[in-house]
Design a binder for this molecule. Structure first.
Ligand SMILES: [Zn+2]
Length: 123
């Protein structure tokens, strides 16, 4: 007896699967291997994002003088420190419609002229 369908390949090792048509893996070993890889990738991604957020927070914290609630400075200072603009924890939009991007309790607003306003806000 012949079949037109090509054999399904194991999601983990890529070998042809022998047996039931709905099988996705050769065996439990391959299934566990695959699931562990997926989990490790997800954990790595989460860790990298959290690290980037913490680094952004530290950069803002170091630029804002102790006891101050806001500071206007050049965006170059953030750039030089390796600030990653794509990561933030939340946003805050004031009544004027300005949207601040926050990394935990430290936030910033992009201003004209390549400068930023750094703020600290615990709520
Ligand atoms: Zn396999």
């Amino acid at each position: 007896m012949t079949t037109n369908t090509s054999p399904k390949l194991c999601m983990a090792c890529g070998k042809a699967i022998i047996g039931r048509a709905d099988k996705k893996y050769c065996d439990d070993f391959c299934r566990n291997n695959y699931n562990n890889t997926i989990k490790a990738d997800a954990n790595n991604f989460v860790r990298n994002v959290v690290n980037a957020l913490k680094k952004n927070r530290r950069i803002l914290e170091e630029l804002l003088p102790e006891g101050e609630e806001m500071l206007r400075c050049s965006a170059d200072k953030l750039n030089r420190a390796g600030f990653e603009y794509r990561y933030h924890t939340h946003t805050y939009t004031n009544k004027k419609g300005d949207t601040y991007l926050f990394c935990f309790e430290y936030g910033y607003l992009q201003l004209e002229g390549n400068s930023v306003l750094i703020v600290k806000r615990n709520v």
